[in-house]
Design a protein around this ligand. Structure first.
Ligand SMILES: Cc1ncc(COP(=O)(O)O)c(C=O)c1O
Length: 370
């Protein structure tokens, strides 16, 4: 068996969807409305219906989605935003960009998401928002987080960049808090062919504010009632997403099946800790990540066996030079540090065959014991 193992196989996905994607792109090239063309509204309607919320706003990236959400909430200097240190930098980057302070709360090692039981004691009069990240494709304890937020009058923004398509207690990720933000970066569960993102909410006033912020704060052409950004989603990316949406549910099912198979095969494996999926939720496995004791050795063994890996994420954000001065630590961050030293992601995409997965697991089991 010599098939090359891809970490994420976007080429296989394009081969499967080529006809639909090419036709959608051709339509845009024909009508020529590359900025805010008709595919944007069509996509927004489809995505809002899929998530089960009133409003979807297509934006330029997942980062832009989070930034626009914070701007709409008027989060700024002197304000605090509670989040996890074990995430991609964009989560804290947007907090810094609006001039607020990230307050880091440690994670729960069962799922590597923010530990909801530690959030309330991190709240101060300066707290404006909480940004739980649905890391690796699974929502955090959103009910508990929403309840804490409601008690203290703060807003919850789900960073769902990795979890579009996941469910939490029968609701879809992006629709489980006041605002949900996702990314369509090509490697995400629903990815486009460049940068893209979307914001979801049922709050009409917030939706209006975010629509205006997306286009330089315009309420109508050349009427700038607020400060905004150039944060639009490209029409071509919307067209590609519309094509991909047609088979997205099948891809989600494949991801869940492949994730479950990994979990079953790693169950009880010495030297490997897996991410646990709550009974009341599903993961779309934006990344399939495990925790191993000696990651350097483990990765070297897999690399020698021709198996690509990635690390999500090697340094928790409170240890990153850019954020050391821009954050406050709400208690110990020991678990985030523990996970950051051990996390390693294995190939995961809907086109991963059982044969290739067997090879990956066999090599991983050996590497963990080596
Ligand atoms: C948790 C998280 N938040 C935010 C982002 C930012 O998304 P984008 O790359 O679309 O700006 C990412 C993407 O990598 C992410 O993984």
């Amino acid at each position: 068996m010599t098939d090359k193992i891809e970490f994420i196989d976007l080429k296989a996905q394009y081969r499967a969807l080529k006809h639909k994607v090419d036709a959608r792109i051709a339509t845009v090239l024909d009508h020529g409305r590359f900025i805010m063309g008709p595919e944007i509204a069509e996509l927004e309607q489809r995505l809002a219906a899929y998530v089960g919320v009133e409003h979807c706003i297509g934006v330029a990236s997942g980062t832009e989605a989070l930034l626009i959400a914070l701007m709409a909430l008027d989060v700024g200097p002197g304000d605090e935003v509670i989040t996890t240190p074990f995430t991609f930098a964009a989560t804290a980057e947007v907090i810094a960009l609006v001039g607020a302070t990230s307050v880091f709360v440690d994670i729960d090692l069962a799922d590597c998401n923010i530990d909801a039981s530690l959030i309330e004691r991190a709240i101060t009069p300066a707290t404006k928002a909480i940004i739980p990240v649905s890391l690796y494709g699974q929502c955090a304890d959103m009910d508990a987080i929403n309840a804490i937020a409601a008690r203290h009058g703060v807003t919850v923004i789900e960073d769902a960049a990795q979890s579009f398509g996941a469910t939490y207690k029968g609701h879809r990720s992006c629709g489980v808090s006041t605002i949900g933000c996702t990314s369509f970066f090509p490697s995400k569960p629903l990815g486009c062919y460049g940068d893209g993102g979307a914001i979801f909410t049922t709050d009409a006033a917030l939706a209006q504010a975010m629509r205006e912020i997306r286009v330089h704060g315009q309420s109508k052409r050349y009427q700038h009632d607020r400060v905004g950004v150039g944060g639009r989603l490209d029409t071509i990316q919307a067209a590609i997403l519309l094509a991909k949406l047609e088979t997205f549910e099948e891809e989600v099912a494949a991801r869940v099946r492949i994730g479950d198979r990994y979990l079953a095969m790693f169950e009880g494996a010495p030297g490997i800790d897996v991410i646990q999926v709550g009974r009341d939720r599903s993961s779309v496995w934006g990344q399939f990540t495990i925790l191993v004791e000696d990651r350097t050795k483990f990765v070297a063994h897999l690399t020698a066996a021709g198996i690509p890996t990635a690390i999500h994420y090697p340094i928790p954000l409170h240890r990153q030079p850019a954020y050391v001065e821009l954050c406050r630590l709400a208690g110990s961050q020991d678990r985030a540090e523990w996970a950051a030293a051990r996390a390693v992601s294995l190939p995961m995409h809907p086109f991963l065959s059982a044969e290739l997965q067997d090879r990956i697991v066999e090599a991983a089991l050996k590497a963990a014991q080596a």
